[in-house]
Design a protein around this ligand. Sequence first.
Ligand code: SP5
Ligand code: ZN
Length: 354
Amino acid sequence: MLITYNPHHHLHQGRQEMFRGRLVDCHETVARLDHVLTELQRRVIGEVRAADPDPAGLDDALARLHAPRYLRFLERAWDDWIALDPSNVERDALPSVWPAPGMRHDVLPENFAARMGLFSFDAGTPIVQGSWAAARAGAACAIGAARIVSSGGERGAFALTRPPGHHAGADFFGGYCFLNNSALAAQALRDGGAARVAVLDVDYHHGNGTQAIFYERSDVLTVSIHGDPRTEYPFFLGHADERGAGAGTGFNLNLPLPRGTDFARWRAALDAGLTAIASFGAQALVVALGVDTFEGDPISGFKLRSADYDTVGEAIAAAGLPTVFVFEGGYAVAEVGINTVNVLEGFSRRSRSP
Ligand code: SP5
Ligand code: ZN
């Protein structure tokens, strides 16, 4: 399989995120991706290549799924943050005020702090000077991987990118995410000729952004296995009764599991998700690959062990679909590399000898 990484990912590194009334060090770090790259050098899974950060048609592809005024906001965010107060150059940009339901979302505030609130849902996702460049190149990485799989060049590809994407919606950031890389990869597979595409989100946290983007569409099935939002982030979406709306009714499947879930129970949910993907008749698959389901993850609550990830990769390969893996969460330092590469190794082995 082909592995492409975001060559500009290091331009995004937040300093602190808001957590329960204090600022704590960011969990979403440059080192996460570097751990995966190091492991990919130790165990050769396939060619590792820097992604083209600015391929043809990138901005049009972004505007297919994201609102133009949101993209403009992101592009100018750092300059606007400095314009708000020149001493802000020493601080990451974080929102602190949001429009509640019933307040106006249609009027774009002139005040930048207010605009940040309009386009976000948490105070855990700092914007820094290089965030836009990193996020844009990261989206390019995911779209590029999908285009390679679409063209039949590879059965599988891995977009190794950060910042992650699955919490970002059409017009909001949050959960360390700005642009929805997995959704953009799914759309690229559609544009490449797959009539039905499935997104399988195995990150610990519900893929609320991806669900929202495709909620009323029947051509993209979204499946997410995640910590029950009654107790787990992102809290306000991801329940089992969310099945899609309008034309998309029946094309969203949430499989929430309680904190503390072990691999046997998680694996049963994976099988249910893969069964739904087969019944849907998917012609291509995007895996939103978060490895924050690991027992040692510092911010999550499932109990998967490193060896389990190999089994996950095998099970995904057994679906027999052209597959684009997109890197999402996973925060337990070195094991992030081992666990991610275990998935890819299981997938590759099973792909070669089905
Ligand atoms: C892509 C992804 O996995 N995003 C997850 C975003 C979770 N953000 C909230 C996490 C708050 C956890 N803080 C724990 C502090 C422990 N000292
Ligand atoms: Zn996560």
